[in-house]
Write a new protein. Structure first.
Length: 368
């Protein structure tokens, strides 16, 4: 087994029945499809045993979320006797439809680009197969305050795919709905951050990989279709809470190291670390204030559940975050000073997108 394609399932029997046959038909030589189940109660595994008995199953004792589930599935796959030649670990949602030729372009790209730690296909909408899909489109970017957006998707606007992103491209993050990661790099990073549970964990992983000098790519020769909202509906207050909370955790994880790479160009590692930590605190404070404005807007428009979700997100962030160690940042800046700085988009994407409307896509294509 050279490539493990792993679906993390939690009560998505319907999607497994609908999309698993196509995924099995697409498996190339050396690739194995694995279903890791998070203690589903909808009969998913019984259906799998009956209709797809050849599919390898990993049964977890409870739902550890996307992060904990995939981390445990990764360890279980690596422990298999057949995993001695394992090179690539693919995280794929159960609500993804694939064409027969989706996998080979990704493995070919990774084989010929050793500095690439992770890559993803273009993500199209299952409902409108010529349009990009919200959760990743043609590769993701991150603005100066940590707001994610994509080539082909900004806020709630999405583009039709007219070939405008048909060249392989280095991006800040690639979609976790269908993400190929090198086994060695996933292991070095310690996998996904367990604290996230779900949402934005792939952005955090991609950011951490870049901070170790690796690159992230979108390979547009591969295209898959994403249904979206397969596990959590898009209007779920819990989903909103996870997004707000995890965005802050992601910034706290990575901002100081990123800033230190900028500052160490001109300063000693000690001074660079102090300045970087100060900048990170200020950025995080601004982002929390912006979140507060969002919460107030929810309250004023009668969306009390959404207001509560943002409030709880900040409360949980404070309990989960760890204080940044200046000495650790100093050591990082000293040992990693030659690494390219992960490229945060220098503007705030929210007002920019509101002002430019549909013209935002042409504007961004000139810059990134």
């Amino acid at each position: 087994m050279r490539t493990a394609v792993v679906i993390l399932n939690w009560n998505t029997k319907e999607y497994l029945e609908r999309f698993l046959p196509g995924l099995l038909a697409s498996a190339t030589d050396g690739a194995e499809i694995v279903v890791a189940d998070s203690a589903s109660t909808d009969g998913s595994m019984e259906m799998l045993s009956e209709k797809f008995p050849s599919v390898r199953q990993i049964r977890l004792d409870r739902n550890y979320g996307f992060t904990g589930g995939y981390n445990r599935a990764f360890k279980a796959v690596c422990a298999l006797p057949e995993a001695g030649d394992l090179e690539y670990f693919v995280l794929i949602n159960s609500d993804i439809e694939v064409p027969k030729d989706w996998l080979e372009p990704l493995t070919d790209w990774m084989d010929t680009h050793p500095d690439c730690a992770a890559c993803a296909p273009k993500l199209h909408s299952w409902y409108d197969k010529d349009s990009f899909e919200y959760a990743g489109a043609a590769g993701g970017m991150l603005d100066r305050f940590g707001y994610p957006f994509c080539r082909g998707r900004v806020l709630k606007r999405v583009e039709k795919d007219s070939g405008q992103y048909d060249s392989p491209a280095k991006v800040f993050w690639a979609t976790g709905a269908c993400l190929m990661v090198r086994k060695t790099e996933y292991s070095k990073m310690g996998g996904l951050d367990d604290r996230f549970f779900a949402h934005m964990e792939e952005i955090d992983l991609c950011w951490r990989l870049q901070l170790e000098g690796k690159s992230i790519f979108v390979v547009p020769q591969s295209v898959v279709w994403h249904l979206g909202g397969g596990t959590l509906p898009n209007d779920s207050p819990w989903k909103l809470k996870l997004n707000y909370r995890n965005n802050l955790l992601m910034l706290q994880n990575n901002l100081a190291k990123t800033y230190s790479l900028q500052e160490v160009r001109e300063l000693t590692p000690e001074k660079a670390a102090v300045k970087a930590c100060g900048r990170a605190r200020r950025t995080l404070f601004i982002r929390m204030c912006l979140d507060g404005c969002s919460a107030l807007a929810y309250l004023l428009t009668g969306k009390k559940d959404c207001f509560k979700a943002v409030w709880e997100a900040h409360k949980e962030f404070r309990s989960l975050c760890t204080k940044t160690d200046v000495k650790e940042i100093q050591e990082y800046a000293d040992t990693h000073r030659r690494i390219d700085v992960p490229a945060l988009f220098p503007e705030w994407i929210v007002p920019l997108a509101m002002l430019r409307g549909n013209g935002i896509f042409d504007y961004l294509r000139k810059l990134i």
